[in-house]
Design a protein around this ligand. Structure first.
Ligand SMILES: NC(=O)c1ccc[n+]([C@@H]2O[C@H](COP(=O)([O-])OP(=O)(O)OC[C@H]3O[C@@H](n4cnc5c(N)ncnc54)[C@H](OP(=O)(O)O)[C@@H]3O)[C@@H](O)[C@H]2O)c1
Length: 317
């Protein structure tokens, strides 16, 4: 196994998305941010639009998307902020969104997600966190592959896979991804889906490198957003205390968007792929008892290739 030098940057836990992109000119770059109407997504989109990119907010609530777009246009002066309807849990919606896309795509920020929801299933029977967080983004990226390849041919294209330190809670359990034979646990399901987000970036970096497309994954930090809609305050405190790490302060959404912005558009990441970042730097291996770093199973190339094939087979029905 070859050991590569970890990517480090001058930025850290308190950097904001705007600081990370200071001096970066994204004029002519076309970017999609899923879940771009709230939380980290809207601040990622704002920073990218602030640097001159055309940004499309891919959202399931069009009215919320329009409000976010107006707000971003008002704060950045960049009128190229667009909105498209996308429900990642609905493969028909993913297909419609991708079919409506015209021309090259330079960056796809796979940001949307749900966390620790009670057991829900799509009409196909897929567990909802895996279906939304992984399968929806997997299908979207594959359907947009020609557009990404066109972006790749014109200066490079990137996929940003927003994962979480919660990936440390579970590998992808290939024997029973959809909790058909094991008891459902909301955090295990979230962890599994977030591991899938990292494995997806690993496989894209391998598979699509020849198209000029790179992909990396990240943990944004802890940020108070609507993501915690299914979780009680007591649960959050308990979960944050289950670690030998000092309890990290909550980040602001602008700080939470910094690592996404870095991976989406910083020249510091040119040519880098298949890696996992936190606090704007590549993360090292997770140490037992810690909630920092990346699990070996999330970067495992064999698991990444297996997940890709399983995802293709699942979507094919
Ligand atoms: N906040 C944190 O502490 C934290 C920590 C680690 C990782 N993350 C990751 O960061 C990402 C962004 O989360 P956030 O904290 O910014 O939470 P958020 O404000 O709830 O953003 C998530 C977005 O995903 C959208 N979404 C959910 N289901 C969707 C679907 N089926 N189709 C399309 N969009 C859908 C939501 O839209 P609606 O408003 O319509 O539901 C929302 O805009 C997530 O991937 C999350 O796992 C966050």
């Amino acid at each position: 196994m070859t050991v590569s030098t970890p990517i480090t940057t001058p930025f850290g836990a308190t950097s904001t998305a705007a600081e990370v992109l200071d001096g970066v000119d994204l004029t002519g770059r076309r970017i999609i941010v899923t879940g771009g109407a709230s939380g980290i997504g809207v601040e990622t989109a704002r920073a990218l639009a602030g640097a001159g990119a055309e940004v499309t907010l891919a959202v399931r609530d069009l009215a919320a998307g329009e409000r976010a777009a107006e707000d971003i246009i008002a704060s950045t002066g960049n009128k190229q902020v667009l909105v498209g309807r996308l429900d990642l849990a609905d493969q028909g919606s993913v297909a419609e969104f991708a079919a409506a896309w015209d021309g090259p795509l330079h960056v796809l920020v796979d940001n949307a997600g749900i966390m620790a929801s009670p057991l829900m299933r799509t009409p196909q029977g897929w567990e909802m966190q895996f279906a939304t967080n992984h399968l929806g983004h997997f299908a979207l990226a594959n359907r947009l592959h020609p557009a990404l390849a066109a972006g790749g041919a014109a200066g490079g294209a990137r996929i940003v896979s927003v994962s979480s330190s919660a990936h440390l809670r579970s590998p992808v359990v290939f024997e029973d991804i959809h909790f058909e034979h094991r008891p459902y646990d909301p955090w295990t399901a979230y962890g599994q889906a977030k591991t899938a987000n990292v494995l997806f970036a690993v496989e894209v970096a391998e598979r699509w490198a020849g198209d000029g497309i790179t992909a990396n994954a990240l943990h944004p930090g802890g940020i108070r957003t609507r993501l915690q809609r299914y979780v009680t305050e007591a649960d959050l405190d308990r979960l944050r205390g289950q670690s030998t790490d000092p309890i990290a302060a909550w980040k602001t959404p602008e700080q939470g968007a910094a690592t996404s912005a870095l991976l989406a558009a910083s020249p510091l990441l040119d040519g880098v792929g298949g890696r996992y970042f936190e606090d704007c730097n590549e993360a090292g291996p997770n140490q037992p008892g810690s909630r920092r770093g990346v699990a070996a199973y999330a970067l495992d190339p064999a698991a990444a290739a297996r997940l890709w094939q399983v995802s293709v087979d699942t979507l094919a029905g």
